[in-house]
Design a protein around this ligand. Structure first.
Ligand SMILES: [Zn+2]
Length: 521
């Protein structure tokens, strides 16, 4: 950790006056709705009607507009709203994935293999370099992914493809040999074996990764993001302190803690919400993440009912990774040390079990994903004050898989409106790299539940734009005087935008604590 001098963090921004803004969430048609907004000391210091002319309102009067003390930026009627948070990110993975071959469009194993072949022909790799691809969804394929299919196109290059949900990897023979699975029959590895391979191929130098994370953070800021909850699986508090010291200052970061690092976190006295020294307040200790089941696509999410087509199989209900006693013990230990739990639970049985354990410990926290719920558990979320931390774009990716594997149950899957109506606090995220780190995509999926011109999927579970926005900003659906100057300027009003408009929303500027982190004005 660095000394107290650097605790002040990035240099204080000078005051900024944003002229002619329209406030997201405040506008009523026909109003004289343009305002001037003064940002000072990291806060929204004043909001005044722009009609009176700049500098004539009482609060901005003393701001020395004629001198250089205040930077004046004319927004020309653009929309000003609270800056966005992505509440579930795996940032190192996302930084790596942004540089890899995307095979998510493949509708068959053969198609994925041909994308690999095309890439190797069009952009050959340096000798010995593996090709890493990501995003395949073999649950939807009619043909089998095999090592032979990849061998036919990979030549000398080891090929590793990581599935969209990260629970499977598909390797050619060279890569299988390199990772100690030379005699594997198919080349398709699941769960622990898959995690081991994807971890190994993600092992780039710290310096390289920091550089790529810095680029990814800047790209996020360019989409209006001011903060992320980083649920990267290796302890990231110290990495983020190092990155901020090296100049990656475009995001606030809450850095999560996994069970394998809980001892260290407790020994260091880290509590959720603590500011990490030397980061100027940008990095804080995040929640204590714990994973209690698998995923839908791999049929490992733990469900009350068997997966359709798997009835009678040993794993027909998915996988519980903790028994009740162990989960309670873990949550109790984390929460009594001041670490707020974030419990990964996807199937309805996993969610019920997580709620049981959270209720027994009485600690609050969030459930991550909450994809399939017993309707009886909706009120429990609300009563216990458990946040439903959901990733709406997953529903757009997985609707066909859900229709098949959870047939007859999808009315209570990705049930965001049911949660909202029950009074449950929602927060939205991407689970990047599973979906892109772009909160407008998450908001679009939450509000419209449609993509690619398809009909909305279970439109009764759409949530209001204002609800989706508040779930992406830590509860702020508008800019108020006295609030933190974490802001986004957009070309259109996100509260009235269509699905396509939201996904393509042009972000003109992003400010963090009153300092521009992105500026295209
Ligand atoms: Zn995740």
């Amino acid at each position: 950790m660095t000394g107290p001098a650097s605790d002040r963090g990035p240099a204080e921004a000078r005051p900024v006056l944003l002229r002619n803004a329209r406030l997201t969430g405040v506008h009523a048609p026909g109003d004289a709705d343009r305002v001037d907004v003064l940002l000072r000391d990291g806060l929204v210091a004043a909001i005044e009607p722009a009609t009176a002319g700049v500098g004539t309102g009482p609060a901005v009067e003393g701001a020395d507009l004629g001198g250089s003390a205040v930077e004046v930026v004319d927004l020309d009627g653009r929309w000003l709203g609270p800056g966005l948070w992505d509440s579930h990110v795996h940032m190192d993975q996302w930084a790596l994935v942004r540089r890899r071959l995307d095979v998510s469009s493949a509708r068959s194993a053969a198609e994925a293999a041909s994308l690999v072949g095309e890439r190797l022909r069009s952009r050959p790799l340096a000798p010995g370099q593996p090709l890493i691809g990501y995003g395949f969804q073999d649950a939807l394929w009619a043909d089998e992914p095999t090592r032979a299919l990849l061998d036919a196109v990979s030549g000398d290059v080891p090929v590793v493809l990581v599935s969209k949900d990260l629970h499977s990897v598909w390797l050619d023979s060279r890569a299988l040999a390199a990772h100690g699975h030379g005699d594997h029959p198919t080349g398709l590895l699941r769960e622990a074996e898959a995690f081991a391979v994807s971890t190994a191929v993600s092992a780039v130098s710290e310096q390289q990764l920091d550089e790529w994370v810095g680029e990814a953070a800047q790209a996020a800021a360019a989409r209006g993001v001011v903060g992320i909850v980083d649920l990267e699986m290796t302890f990231s508090v110290d990495r983020w302190a190092r990155r901020v010291a090296a100049g990656t200052t475009s995001l606030r970061v809450r850095a999560g803690v996994y069970p394998h690092d809980l001892d260290e976190a407790i020994a260091r006295g880290l509590r959720t919400g603590d500011v990490v020294p030397g980061t100027g307040g940008l990095v804080t200790v995040g929640p204590a993440k714990v994973i209690t089941d698998g995923s839908l696509g791999t049929r490992t999410a733990w469900c009350h009912d068997p997966y359709v087509g798997a009835e009678g199989d040993p794993g027909a209900h998915g996988v519980a990774t903790y028994d009740r006693e162990a989960l309670v013990a873990h949550l109790r230990r984390a929460s009594s040390a001041g670490l707020v739990p974030a419990v990964h639970a996807i199937g309805d049985a996993a969610n019920a079990s997580a709620l049981d354990a959270l209720e027994e410990v009485g600690c609050g926290g969030s459930i991550e994903h909450a994809q399939l719920l017993d309707p009886a558990d909706l009120a429990r979320f609300a009563r216990l004050g458990i946040v439903a931390s959901v990733q709406p774009e997953h529903a757009m990716d997985d609707r066909d898989v859900a229709d098949r594997l959870w047939a007859g149950r999808t009315g209570r899957s990705y049930a965001w409106e049911s949660l909202a109506a029950a009074g449950v606090r929602l927060q939205l995220g991407s689970d990047a790299p599973v979906a892109p780190l772009d909160p407008w995509v998450a908001i679009a999926a939450a509000v419209w539940r449609a993509r690619d011109g398809r009909d909305p999927w279970h439109p009764e579970q759409r949530i209001a734009a204002r609800t989706a926005l508040a779930a992406s900003t830590g509860g702020r659906s508008r800019v108020d005087v006295g609030s933190v100057a974490d802001l986004v300027v957009t070309e259109a009003d996100p509260l009235t935008a269509t699905d396509a408009e939201l996904r393509g929303l042009v972000v003109s500027a992003t400010l963090l604590g009153g300092r521009f982190t992105h500026r295209a004005l």
